[in-house]
Ligand binder design. Structure first.
Ligand code: PMP
Length: 746
């Protein structure tokens, strides 16, 4: 490919002024304007009237210039809200004059500021861009010209892959970044895309805006016009509209929505927008590399280059399909999702945040909403190995398509899974039951304990939550002492929370002794290995050892509820109970076990399992089905293969350190604690009283959400900020979280 830069005109401003006089009888001063492969001069005559003198590349064909002239004429007559440059004929009445091998045209000047020089692109401006381009495209529908088929034009998005011949000019990381974008555009199905003559270069230098900076008044430079897919026109505009934006997809969605209102797009066209605009950016950086080697002094060639690379890096991290979902959402009439929930869902369900999130996509440690915004997810511990982990998704899809039923058939997935799961546990806990949720796991644990001991009584820790069944509400002070609760049932004793921050001196041995003494027929002690609902509390060393000893001495069974804390979150150990140096009689698992798939498990000793096998079968229709087992296995594989325990240890320690510094700077932050990626801190009124400030904590998480970071509150006073992100949470994520907190806290 030879560059059109070799055949570019090289007139000086004085030469351009001479041309204007010779060809058009126009006495004017000339000033050079930026251009890629032609030359454009701003002419100003004595009366102040302004024109653009366009001197074409000598490789430019006259029919293509005529295409532009006819299109401009057509658009000016179409009655849009926009201005278009008008063509001036030369002294001989010709539209296209000549200067040596170069074609020359004179156009009237269009008033306006390039969008590229408007500092802040308001939502109004972005919508105005969409409307303007929509008007142009609607006006060009049906426009025909013999020169509209530009078969070898390198800015044609249909030929995006031609740009890859310049990849060798880039570094390997740059090539790796671009290749998926070229690939995605080459895989596009163009057949459902309507074809039309399009402007094809609505970049932010060609889009002119009024003095208020909120309205597009013209789109100029028709030099790249051609017949292509209609969607390409908008895709090009989006590529530039996304540059330098804090939320590029949200910005693009505003343009798309406004365009669609003027010139409705088809579904396939909306799908194509993102891959096409990313391809345009990829082409642009390739051609910039090529052209800047050939013409190192043409600043225009590199003008969008740095922001384009930065944008490409951001776009590469976005989950597949999300931009298209956002664009489809932007053109649909809005549904009142909250209203529909209120009408048809039980009203005892809540929604997070004052302004609830409408999430379209989860990917790794981020959530992506319908407006085009991304959020760092610091709370969804269920999606343990990251949202929509490809290995987990693939395992689910594969097994779902092969076979899914209950556990009454021999099945390799089941056997491999129970072997792998028990291998993570102390040898004594060699028997498992597979269920569908944390509640089912705890419900079964309670039955196991009661059947094994022949007794009924339970000891739990204050503010605990163990599940949503009748029996488990009775074991959950968080519920029975909370709104709508009926108080503590007689068969349950409640221990004060072992909270080293609030009650460092508490005599837990005495509390335990009293609870055991007050129990009539103690069957079971239920305790999380670190307290979740209680407020992300790390148990004091030796707490469980002492408790288990006292409970067992009274004939009770010890259950470790690892629904929130298990599967490596502790960092130092696979199970949080291991940090306490104990072996429970029963371990219950849920949430992270299936990365979001409804799966739960109970592990216990052969002795307890034998007591339970009293003739009554335990059957669970969905528990342990082959799909669940395939998913559970994939989760275990990913934890191991991606070193997530180690990450929890290192990132967790780093995060704790940074939160400790934060507490040093903000009087409202206290009680920073954590183990691995199970972390919390308290929002308090002040350092003297340490009075819990629940309302401030709620306000903080709402503000953090608006700043793109998702957190939640917990604890008896709802003043604990809980942090239990997907286990792929990185140092950079920890930095972002703490930096945002730092900026947000008083
Ligand atoms: N135990 C604990 C510690 C929990 O946090 C939860 C859920 N929040 C459960 C049990 C119940 O799990 P599920 O909601 O899956 O029934």
């Amino acid at each position: 490919m030879t560059s059109a830069l070799h055949t570019a005109p090289t007139f000086s401003p004085a030469g351009a002024a001479r041309l204007a006089l010779d060809l058009y009888g126009l006495a004017a001063e000339a000033e050079a304007l930026p251009s890629e492969r032609d030359q454009n001069f701003l002419l100003r005559d004595a009366s102040g009237a302004r024109f653009v003198l366009k001197i074409a590349n000598s490789a430019e064909s006259r029919p293509v210039l005529d295409l532009q002239n006819r299109a401009l004429e057509h658009l000016a007559a179409a009655g849009t809200s926009l201005q278009f440059p008008a063509l001036r004929r030369d002294a001989n009445g010709a539209e296209i004059a000549s200067a040596g091998s170069h074609a020359v045209r004179l156009l009237t000047w269009v008033e306006g500021v390039p969008m590229a020089s408007v500092q802040l692109h308001s939502p109004e401006l972005l919508a105005s861009l969409g409307r303007a381009l929509g008007e142009i495209d609607a006006a060009l529908a049906g426009f025909q010209h013999p020169a509209q088929y530009r078969e070898n034009f390198y800015w044609d998005l249909a030929q995006a892959n031609r740009a890859t011949e310049h990849l060798h000019l880039l570094s390997q990381p740059q090539r790796d970044l671009l290749m998926p974008f070229f690939l995605a555009s080459s895989e596009l199905d163009w057949t459902p895309l309507r074809r039309s003559v399009i402007h094809n270069d609505a970049n932010d230098y060609n889009v002119l805006v009024d003095a208020s900076g909120s309205r597009v008044v013209a789109i100029v430079d028709y030099g790249d016009m051609l017949e292509s897919a209609l969607a390409c026109d908008l895709a090009v505009a989006l590529a530039y509209a996304m540059l330098d934006k804090p939320e590029p997809i949200a910005a693009a969605a505003r343009v798309v929505a406004a365009y669609h209102r003027v010139n409705p797009l088809r579904e396939a066209e909306i799908e194509a927008l993102f891959p096409l605009s990313a391809a345009r950016l990829a082409m642009s950086v390739c051609y910039a590399a090529w052209q800047s080697r050939e013409a190192p002094h043409n600043a225009y060639l590199n003008i969008s280059n740095r922001p384009a690379w930065a944008l490409l890096e951001r776009l590469a991290r976005l989950p597949k399909g999300w931009p298209a979902e956002v664009f489809q959402h932007a053109v649909r009439p809005a549904r009142d999702l909250l209203g529909a929930r209120r009408r048809h869902l039980g009203p005892s369900l809540s929604v997070s945040y004052q302004r609830p999130l409408h999430i379209l996509r989860g990917w790794r440690q981020h959530l992506y909403d319908a407006s085009g915004r991304a959020y760092l997810d610091c709370v969804n511990n269920v999606t343990h190995v990251g949202h929509c982990h490809p290995r987990v998704v693939a395992a689910a899809q594969r097994q779902e398509a092969l076979f899914n039923s209950n556990t009454r058939y021999l099945n390799e997935q089941l056997v491999e899974y129970i072997e792998r799961l028990t291998a993570t546990l102390p040898a004594a806990l060699s028997v498992v039951y597979l269920v569908c949720s944390g509640s089912e796991a705890n419900e079964l644990a309670l039955r196991l304990a009661r059947t094994h001991t022949g007794r009924n009584g339970a000891i739990v820790v204050d503010t605990a939550y163990h599940g949503n069944t009748n029996a488990l509400i009775d074991l959950s002070p968080y519920k029975f002492n909370g709104p709508g609760g009926r108080g503590r049932p007689d068969h349950v004793q409640v221990l004060p929370m072992p909270d080293p921050f609030r009650h460092p001196e508490a005599d837990h041995a005495a509390f335990l002794a009293r609870a055991v003494a007050d129990s009539t027929g103690l069957a079971v002690f239920f305790c999380e290995s670190a307290l979740s609902c209680g407020g992300q509390i790390i148990l004091p060393p030796g707490y469980l050892r002492e408790a288990y000893r006292a409970v067992r001495a009274a004939g009770g069974v010890c259950v470790a509820d690892e629904v929130q804390t298990g599967f490596g979150r502790a960092g130092s150990h696979f199970w949080m109970f291991e940090t306490q140096g104990v072996v429970p009689d029963i371990v219950t698992m849920g949430k992270p076990i299936g990365n979001g798939h409804p799966l739960g498990a109970v592990a216990t000793t052969p002795q307890i399992a034998a007591s339970f096998a009293n003739g009554m079968e335990y059957f669970n229709t969905f528990g342990g089905n082959p799909v669940s087992c395939a998913i559970g296995l994939a989760v275990l594989d990913v934890i191991r293969d991606e070193g997530l325990e180690e990450n929890a240890r290192e990132t967790g320690a780093y995060l704790l350190g940074r939160l400790g510094d934060l507490a040093g700077r903000h009087a409202s932050v206290a009680g920073v604690r954590g183990q691995g990626l199970f972390v919390g801190f308290e929002i308090v009124r002040g350092p003297e009283t340490l009075e819990p400030a629940g309302a401030d904590a709620a306000a903080l998480i709402n503000r953090m959400k608006e700043a793109g970071v998702l957190l939640a509150t917990d604890g008896p006073h709802h003043n604990v900020i809980k942090i239990k992100p997907p286990m792929i949470f990185s140092r950079a994520d920890a930095d972002l979280l703490v930096d945002r907190l730092d900026a947000m806290l008083p």
